[in-house]
Ligand binder design. Structure first.
Ligand code: ADP
Ligand code: MG
Length: 699
């Protein structure tokens, strides 16, 4: 394909020039023809999508087209407003009302011009009206619409308008471009793909999204372009996945005597179906001779550790050691303890490796790892330090994998001969997102809780109920249970938060004089923090007050109460993680959300979701819905290519299709060296391959 035309700068196109080009680039990042062609209308107007005033219904979102009759600033009870009176083709009138920006809006409209208002219909007396409607001033559109055409309206803004880049002029520029150069636009996708997935030709789709002849044609164009957006991302993932599949890994034997003995004699419970499935998948992966990269995704408390233990035993039965890496010392110790319990009946012992061990402890640990005396080394980052040498490392388990970077995992690789990687995460991610975020990994999902768990009871309480809340906590403490009290951490004001947590700590000490109250916060030295956490774990403290430093994965089964102060300030997934600290035994646990009276709409939704469900996957779907994909990715996954049409949360089917297409392509032609894929390769390399690797961090 002729990529030169795509890379041409828009300023050299007819009707643009340097001033407009600057504004376009500044406002919307449009610099090249490629950018311009993918600068899509934000809305379309045609007769079928507009409503006559006569047919308006209160509460509906509608678009009304009409002629400006008058526009006046009128005094109101409390403040002034601007009222625009619009008359539609049938002579029916309605109002557009603005309370803000009166003087600017007053100078925007001219009497007699055609305008389209978009907004929610309200009714006051006999007048239909819209408050602060989105609007478009129609010039040549009006005539076009009268002849039944569909007209695209583009994103604008004051800077764009200042240089005359209105919907109208943008349409002209693009129209002219298609007339002169349209035929030079090539097709990046191979024929077999457009045929197999019933996709509109690329050039046709680009033209149709700007100038659709019908709503059907527009829908087809959107489908094709949406597919393409998702496809390139999936291709990136498919390539990574493919490259990984070339990497040889240790070949394990089928589960042997240790595994059997463990399953029949040691395991105090029956595995859930989801756990069994994960185990089967791991067993299958590790026998192929190809290095495994599997993510075990399961909500807090779903029992991921046992799955890892079974993999560790299979490795040891096959003559390989394992490494088990956790993000903090506390977690590492906790894992070492539970592994010790699991392995003792088999006469095996894990070895703990942390930064805070004494020199002699450490030397003994290093020796047992190096000699192969231990089946598994459990530790923090200390595991990947230079002086740690395994006799024969075959499996690396990484708990809370999102806390580690790729580099640390790469170093794990170097410790053995490309050990199998078993990554574990308790951050539930909606399926659609998982396909993208973890698209280069194989995923086992543990979507079932062990039998007999009591879901945590979650309630919202207000300040005036505080006494009742304390009375309830006192009752539980008297029964020998423990409580967490968590204060939010707002990044801008670490000091203030500390004050919050510290004064909360003082209050609780005063309120609960016969109980032991401890405090941990982010500014404490880590050994002091650890000491307090350990005391809580050991039951020496009854209440633990903290800012959000309590670690993901910390397991204190005796804790049954999670009191979250200023709950409206926490994100949904954070609230869910915090709630996961309780409900870790067969005792009934409680999560109490202390919420302020002032809550944003989103905060209300978050708190409502928390009281409605304890299902982590449902929570994460809800979180994604509330925050939108951009934000969900934004913080954790910058570098994700921009999606203009596709919505990762909604377009699950399209995502699946794109994924299948990418996999099919890479299976056929892994290097994209086939002549039929040359155009795709050029396009992909230029627009995706280089710049998008950032978001693959997770893999
Ligand atoms: P997580 O997935 O959060 O890491 P853990 O592996 O720590 O969860 O397991 C949580 C608790 O559930 C542990 O005490 C573990 O022994 C227990 N457990 C795991 N699987 C089962 C099961 N199938 N039936 C009953 N209890 C289980
Ligand atoms: Mg865990």
């Amino acid at each position: 394909m002729n990529t030169d035309i795509l890379e041409r700068e828009v300023q050299y196109l007819k009707g643009v020039g340097p001033k407009r080009a600057d504004a376009w680039a500044e406002a919307h990042g449009v610099r090249t023809v490629h950018d311009m062609l993918h600068f899509y209308p934000r809305r379309y107007l045609d007769r079928s999508t507009t409503t006559g005033v006569r047919d308006l219904r209160e509460g509906d979102a509608a678009t009304v087209m009409g002629t400006v009759q008058s526009g006046n600033v009128v005094p109101g009870k409390s403040n002034k407003r601007f009222e625009l009176i619009l008359e539609d083709a049938e002579g029916q009138r309605m109002k557009g009302v603005w309370f803000q920006g009166l003087w600017w809006i007053r100078n925007t409209f001219e009497v007699g011009e055609r305008v389209a208002l978009h907004g929610t219909v309200q009714k006051y007396g006999r007048w239909f009206s819209m408050t602060h409607p989105d609007f478009d001033r129609l010039s040549d559109e009006a005539a076009a619409l009268d002849t039944g055409r569909i007209v695209g309206l583009y994103p604008g803004g004051q800077a764009m308008e200042a240089v005359g880049l209105t919907s109208r002029s943008i349409r002209r520029i693009i129209y002219r471009f298609f007339k002169e150069h349209g035929l030079k636009l090539g097709e990046p996708l191979p024929d077999w793909m457009t045929e197999q997935y019933g996709l509109m030709e690329g050039r046709v789709a680009l033209r149709a999204i700007h100038f659709p002849k019908s709503q059907e044609e527009r829908a087809q164009a959107v489908q094709r372009l949406k597919f393409e957006e998702l496809f390139y991302i999936q291709l990136l993932l498919a390539i990574t996945r493919h490259e990984r599949q070339e990497i040889a890994g240790p070949t394990f034997d089928p589960p042997g005597s240790l595994t059997t003995q463990f399953a029949t004699d040691v395991l105090p419970f029956e595995l859930t179906e989801a756990q069994k499935r994960a185990v089967r998948e791991i067993v299958a992966d590790t026998q192929t001779g190809i290095q495994m990269n599997r993510l075990v995704q399961g909500d807090v408390g779903s029992g991921k550790t046992v799955v890892a233990v079974l993999a560790i035993l299979q490795a040891y039965d096959s003559g390989y050691q394992s490494a088990f890496m956790a993000p903090t010392e506390i977690l590492a110790e906790q894992h070492a303890n539970s592994l010790a319990e699991y392995l003792a009946p088999l006469d095996l012992q894990p070895t703990l490796l942390t930064g805070s061990q004494s020199k002699t402890e450490r030397e003994a640990a290093l020796a047992s790892v190096a000699e192969g005396a231990t089946p598994v080394a459990v530790g923090t980052h200390a595991l990947i330090q230079d002086n740690v040498a395994f006799d024969r490392l075959g499996l690396a388990v990484v708990d809370e994998q999102h806390r580690f970077g790729v580099m640390q995992r790469a170093e794990m690789f170097e410790k053995g001969d490309r050990p199998h990687m078993l990554l574990m995460t308790a951050t539930p991610i909606p399926r659609s997102l998982a396909m993208t975020l973890y698209g280069d990994l194989d995923v086992s999902k543990i979507d079932e809780m062990p039998a007999g768990r009591k879901p945590v009871t979650t309630v919202m309480r207000r300040e005036k109920q505080r006494d009742d809340v304390y009375a309830f906590i006192r009752e539980r403490l008297q029964a020998g249970e423990q409580a967490y009290v968590v204060y939010p951490l707002v990044e801008e004001s670490e000091k203030l938060d500390l004050k919050d947590a510290e004064s909360g700590y003082a209050t609780l000490q005063a309120q609960f004089p016969d109980f032991n109250v401890g405090l941990v916060h982010g500014r404490m030295a880590s050994d002091e923090k650890d000491r307090t956490m350990r005391a809580f774990k050991a039951g020496e403290l009854d209440i633990l007050v903290s800012t959000t430093v309590i670690e993901v994965g910390v397991d204190v089964p005796g804790a049954t109460i999670m009191l979250i102060e200023h709950a409206e300030r926490f994100g949904l997934s954070q609230l869910h993680q915090l709630r996961g600290r309780v409900g870790r035994s067969d005792q009934q646990s409680y999560c109490i959300l202390m919420a302020g009276y002032k809550q944003s709409a989103e905060a209300k939704q978050r708190l409502a979701a928390m009281t409605r469900t304890t299902d982590g996957f449902e929570i994460s779907e809800e979180d994604l819905r509330i925050r939108g994909a951009g934000d969900f990715f934004g913080t954790r996954q910058s570098g994700m290519p921009e999606l203009k049409l596709a919505d990762i949360t909604e377009d699950t089917d399209a995502l699946e299709t794109a994924r299948n297409a990418a996999t099919a392509l890479i299976t056929r032609d892994p290097e994209l060296s086939d002549e039929a894929h040359a155009a795709l390769r050029t396009y992909f390399d230029r627009y995706y391959a280089d710049q998008s690797m950032g978001f693959l961090r997770v893999g």
